[in-house]
Design a protein around this ligand. Structure first.
Ligand code: FEO
Length: 391
């Protein structure tokens, strides 16, 4: 249990062991943040994943008798946040479940229970005593049911998944931990969880701009409370939601007999020579959740693969399928690779890249067997053209 502000407590669960969040690699662990507001009508905002229930319950018990809870606000029906509402309700039988219309639908489908629901929409208010909470529906940030709860008295926004980071810590505030790592984790979180929903995020940001906010309490990771950090994370969300990227290149490749790797290395060296900010990511050693974070930040992505059984390597297919779901917009790609006896599979490779939201304005470099020095030298011209793709 941690005091966040007067009568507002963090009562969640820190998941130190989490290393994979439905396919998203989480080397820093995560947390599921539940917040308890001790008011005339005690209110719990969200719960935690099933295995964190006991810790959450003990955290709540340190503040109040759980049976006193009058409202459980479910900002989002996904099991990392709503997974223990049923167990919580068994200890506070008088509590009403406050959620969006889609939230009610989701909770009924998940739990098959006829709880006391209080369904709210944007602008609705909930009087809990000294505070009147307000609600803001945020469809698709992260699911259709998502909403934020706002406490005007405390100037706190509880936006659930938005502005979160997968980061485990004994600390509760971003400013108590290295900020670079938190902004970096926030970027990874956005790229892997929120990226497809840019238009919806922009609408939320517009609504949030009209609120006085001095603290943002997300449902994962640490809390934003320094004005400069709040400004920065809001600005970054605006950039990411608008699909703005930096004048950077990321080279993503996999290799069989090092031919594609040789091309990737030469491309990297040529771009570096031209002082183009560039990263070189090998798909066998870099998790795709880290790759897409770099792709989100980079204006140009160079994809490279050899062909295996007439198709791109499965690691590349996996990345492109993942990107297809994340739907980055306005991106440019350069393609390269190597092949053996037959030059096949590259059209499919390029089609996958286009379907993932990229334009391919230049002809790719596909080399048979082993690249010659002449093949590699030609990449110096390509590096200049790639630089010219920056906007
Ligand atoms: Fe953290 Fe969409 O759940």
């Amino acid at each position: 249990m941690h005091l966040i502000k007067d009568d507002i407590y963090w009562t969640g669960y820190v998941d130190w062991d989490l290393r994979n969040f439905h396919g998203y690699e989480t080397p820093q662990g995560s947390s599921y943040n539940a917040y308890l507001i001790k008011d005339e009508k005690p209110t719990l905002i969200d719960t935690v994943k099933y295995y964190g229930f006991d810790e959450m319950f003990q955290n709540i018990r340190q503040v109040i008798d759980p049976s006193e809870i009058r409202y459980i606000i479910s900002n989002h029906t996904e099991m990392d946040h709503s997974g223990t509402i049923d167990r919580m309700l068994s200890f506070c039988p008088n509590a009403e479940v406050v959620c969006s219309p889609k939230g009610e639908e989701g909770l009924r489908r998940h739990f098959k229970k006829d709880w006391k629901f209080k369904v709210v929409k944007t602008g609705d208010e909930l009087d809990i005593g000294a505070r009147t909470l307000k609600f803001l529906l945020m469809p698709m940030v992260h699911w259709p049911d998502s909403m934020a709860t706002y406490s005007p008295k405390d100037q706190i926004l509880f936006p659930n998944d938005a502005f979160g980071q997968h980061y485990a810590s004994d600390k509760k505030f971003v400013d108590e931990v290295g900020q670079d790592i938190l902004f970096s984790e926030a970027a990874k979180y956005y790229a892997n969880i929120v990226l497809p929903y840019g238009n919806q995020v922009l609408k939320v940001l517009e609504a949030v701009a009209g609120l006085s906010i001095d603290t943002i309490c997300p449902s994962h990771g640490l809390i934003w409370r320094k004005p400069e950090h709040i400004r920065k994370i809001l600005d970054l969300y605006k950039r990411w939601a608008s699909h703005q990227a930096e004048q950077k290149v990321v080279i993503v490749y996999d290799t069989m007999w090092k031919s594609t790797e040789t091309i990737a290395n030469r491309l990297y060296a040529q771009l570096e020579k031209q002082e183009v900010p560039v990263k070189l990511l090998h798909l066998s050693t870099t998790h795709i959740s880290d790759v897409v974070t770099e792709i989100m930040r980079s204006q140009v992505v160079c994809f490279g693969t050899p062909m295996l059984n007439n198709h791109m390597l499965p690691t590349m297919a996996s990345l492109l399928m993942y990107l297809k779901g994340l739907r980055p917009k306005g991106r440019t790609a350069y393609v390269f690779g190597s092949y053996g006896w037959a030059k096949v599979g590259f059209k499919e490779f390029e089609d996958f890249i286009k379907e993932a939201g990229f334009q391919i304005p230049m002809e790719g470099k596909y080399i048979q067997f082993i690249p010659s020095e002449e093949d590699l030298s030609s990449l110096s011209g390509i590096a200049g053209k790639i630089k010219g793709l920056f906007v």
